[in-house]
Design a protein around this ligand. Sequence first.
Ligand code: PLP
Length: 362
Amino acid sequence: MRLEAVEAMLPFLTERFGNPSGSHAVSREARKALDEARDTVARCLGARPAEIVFTGGGTEADNLAVLGAHAIRPGSTVCSAVEHHAVLHACDALGDNRLAPVDGNGVVDLDRLADLLDRTVSVVSVMLANNEVGSIEPLAEVAALVRERAPQAVLHTDAVQAFSWLDVAALASPADLVAVSAHKFGGPKGVGALVVRQGVKVESIIHGGGQERDRRSGTHNVAGIVAMAAAMRATVDERDATVARIRVLRDRLADGLLASVPGCAETGDRATRIAGNCHVSFEGVESEELLVLLDAAGVYASAGSACASGAVDPSHVLAAMGMSRAQAVGSLRLSLGTSTTAADVDLALEAIPAAVERLRTS
Ligand code: PLP
């Protein structure tokens, strides 16, 4: 977590531990902090305070968007084939989901998307940036298609991975619903928000005391929300500088791996990706094994596959991009963030080639 966020939340876990729904002085103080946090979050997301619904993280925000919008206007759903499971599985649960294909860069195919849109569609969801390969989606073009071909539909965007790197307030402005999650930008885990634009209705998926204008019941996580707002403000203030610094480090990491590891390929086009994402694959290597060696060397990375019941399944994102199974199981995702240093990149550039070499010769 960002220090600003930790410092902002501590008083709300101790002497200011009030419930903002109460009426006495301690509660009123919590309500004031909640209102201020709402103003900050709204400003950072290009929304009005009344349009912010605080949630218990990104998964809940995505579920509220998809299920909550669908409950108001039943119909088919359309989402990109590379959505996070929080969107994909929520759409699948509704029974009639159409998957919009992506190209080899993980970017949604606008012609194919257009073919899926018609007057029976009630919810469309296309993320702003992908969590595995970092591809940035053309949301303005997506929105134009939705308004033209499915004008009754609500457009949701999952901006969970985008917020650290992109001007979400501007880029997500064509969407009716926008999801973010605090732990992706230096806030705590288990807190997020959904922007619900004025005039757009969502049915609550959590019933109870009617908090958040009846859109999300439950006692507010005041400390988490205050910390999220502090992390958001710092992220927005420093975003341009962070992106410029991290992009250089990411490029050095990717170029270094391409130059030093035979059979290393970069996934897709770097120009269409957020700055913190480095995604590569190594021929003839299983990244699940690579992760073990890297972990021991102090490099914490993710694979492009998931081990389900003993069999290694390539991720749905890489499969949708048309990557072969062999390449997908040899792929590695390296994420950089605000705290990443040049020394971290040096360590990765030492450890990864050595680990690949070791696996190939063992
Ligand atoms: N959407 C995307 C794109 C994500 O990367 C994640 C988390 O990794 C989520 C949604 C879920 O967010 P949370 O972990 O806050 O539930």
